[in-house]
Write a protein that binds this ligand. Structure first.
Ligand SMILES: NC(=O)c1ccc[n+]([C@@H]2O[C@H](COP(=O)([O-])OP(=O)(O)OC[C@H]3O[C@@H](n4cnc5c(N)ncnc54)[C@H](OP(=O)(O)O)[C@@H]3O)[C@@H](O)[C@H]2O)c1
Length: 243
């Protein structure tokens, strides 16, 4: 097992990305700590992990609140792996020129704030690896991403500086750079099939990464087998994004 005896905190562990990565970490032997706002969502993922023989704990934590993040980190004790996949409060579909400034800034501020808080908690609790989700992407002409892409770019800048400042402490920081993940789009999402098709058409491989694919890559990058990787991005976009 890649992650035997590791403690892994997953913020947003009740969500699609966080849940998938938590399942993969647990499958590889990590003790998983799921943190999020809605206990029922966390418990649903934790139950699946336990049913499969893994170990999972849940805690209600607002990952935008410094005191709550720090108090939770204290209860975990040693944090080997930290992964933040909380929603970024982004508003998509409105052109920038027509957007309210606070709506535009929302994902930038949310992403920077929560990642700052959870990375700081990880660093003060012995972290070996911090995984970031999203990564840089090209501008999109025919769809309005609001402030999401700018928010993900801010995380990339933070990732570079945080890895430089903390490498000597043994902390690696790696971004999973993603195109769309088809099975993370809710089944009842209006226009789902057309969106999945358009995302597939953007890939070189003609297929999208699945949630399980993302979990598998995250588990490898979090493991000691990837001990040489830091200040880096790992591309899980099936060729939709070119490095
Ligand atoms: N799916 C993709 O293809 C893709 C691609 C690129 C980037 N992303 C980004 O990745 C992130 C996660 O995506 P997802 O599909 O997993 O979303 P999701 O299913 O909505 O999950 C997000 C989770 O974050 C939790 N959360 C939100 N605010 C929180 C807070 N302040 N404190 C603690 N937990 C909080 C939510 O819990 P509650 O419901 O209890 O609030 C929810 O369980 C999003 O920011 C998304 O924009 C996704």
């Amino acid at each position: 097992m890649l992650l035997k005896d590791k403690n892994a905190v997953v913020y947003g562990g009740g969500g699609s990305i966080g849940g998938a990565v938590a399942r993969a970490f647990a499958r590889e032997g990590a003790q998983v700590f799921l943190a999020g706002r809605t206990e029922a969502k966390l418990e649903a993922v934790a139950s699946e992990i336990r049913a499969a023989g893994g170990t999972a704990h849940t805690a209600t934590v607002d990952a935008l609140d410094a005191a709550q993040v720090d108090a939770h980190a204290e209860t975990v004790g040693r944090i080997d792996i930290s992964f933040n996949a909380i929603g970024h409060n982004d508003i998509q579909g409105t052109p920038m020129a027509e957007m309210d400034v606070d709506d535009y800034l929302s994902p930038i501020v949310t992403g920077a704030r929560t990642n700052f808080l959870t990375w700081k908690a990880a660093a003060t609790h012995g972290a070996q690896v911090i995984l970031v989700f999203g990564g840089s992407g090209p501008p999109v002409g025919d769809y309005s991403l609001g402030g999401l892409q700018a928010g993900l770019e801010v995380l990339e800048s933070m990732r570079r500086q945080f890895s430089a400042e903390n490498g000597k402490r043994g902390i690696r920081v790696v971004t999973l750079r993603t195109g769309g993940i088809g099975d993370s789009i809710p089944a009842d999402f209006d226009g789902r099939d057309a969106l999945v098709k358009s995302l597939e058409d953007m890939t070189m491989l003609g297929t999208l990464a699945t949630l399980e694919d993302v979990g598998n890559v995250a588990a490898f990058v979090a493991s000691d087998r990837a001990r040489t990787m830091t200040a880096a991005t790992v591309n899980v976009s099936c060729g939709a994004l070119i490095d």
